[in-house]
Design a binder for this molecule. Structure first.
Ligand code: ZN
Length: 246
């Protein structure tokens, strides 16, 4: 099965549309949205409604920490994220919030587990930014391949023979083999708020039969998305992030 994997859309309609368009041109069997549909960006209503339409067509959608904070308080978020969240809360209807609230923490397809943050206690929203965190997430799942987002920087980890997680280069645009029986963890880049210095929207294609993943970067009108953030009165730093990709 060919899975189109998108995480951290963050209310960026332009980036989400660009990734969906690119994924449809390439072709896929199932779309999976790995959480943080809202937060930071200026189009929460549009991105939630796009996600709802994709779910109605069979897409998987998971809850992210920003989606969860809409209802459960935002003590864990920084000041800018909190400001964006209270603005976002005011835009969304009860129907939108209910859709986000009821999304599951994890989903499984073939030999793949998907989660927003870590498969090890998904609701604690641990960031996979080092080998220890990667190893904990891989070991918490009984699936061979784990896919997550949350970090906004693409990464690829392999559980090595010595039992520790080793970093592999998540080369962009190349199909990377994930040969069995080895166990892998792929961290997707963000669709709507990249943090690795490249403004393009990030997503990935995973072929579960061929056991190959391809990390992709798609140019989109990030200036338009940034202008909307300023026009909405959201923190200026959020617009600058889209311009810099960091
Ligand atoms: Zn995020």
């Amino acid at each position: 099965m060919r899975l189109a994997l998108m995480s951290d859309i963050h209310a960026n309609r332009e980036a989400f549309e660009a990734c969906l368009g690119d994924a449809h041109r390439r072709g896929f069997d199932r779309l999976a949205l790995l959480g943080d549909i809202v937060g930071y960006g200026a189009d929460p209503v549009a991105t939630v409604e796009m996600a709802q339409a994709e779910v109605a067509k069979g897409a998987i959608a998971l809850i992210g920490n920003h989606d969860a904070c809409l209802d459960r308080g935002d003590e864990d978020l920084n000041k800018v994220a909190r400001a964006a969240l209270s603005w976002t809360r005011a835009q969304l209807s009860e129907g939108h919030r209910m859709f986000l609230r009821e999304l599951p923490l994890t989903a499984e397809v073939d030999d793949v587990l998907m989660v927003h943050a870590s498969a090890n206690a998904p609701q604690s929203w641990e960031y996979i930014t080092n080998g220890g965190a990667a190893e904990r997430s891989i070991r918490a799942s009984d699936k061979r391949v784990t896919i997550c987002g949350h970090v906004h920087v693409p990464a690829l980890w392999l559980l090595a023979h010595n039992g520790t997680a080793q970093a592999h280069k998540p080369a962009i645009g190349l199909s990377i083999p994930l040969p069995p029986p080895r166990r892998w963890l792929a961290v997707l880049g963000a669709v709507g708020q990249p943090r690795d210095g490249v403004p393009g929207a990030g997503y990935a294609m995973l072929d579960t039969d061929a056991a190959e993943i391809t990390f992709l970067r798609i140019g989109y009108d990030h200036e338009a998305a940034a202008r909307k953030i300023l026009a909405a009165g959201l923190p200026e730093s959020l617009a600058l992030r889209l311009m810099r990709g960091a």
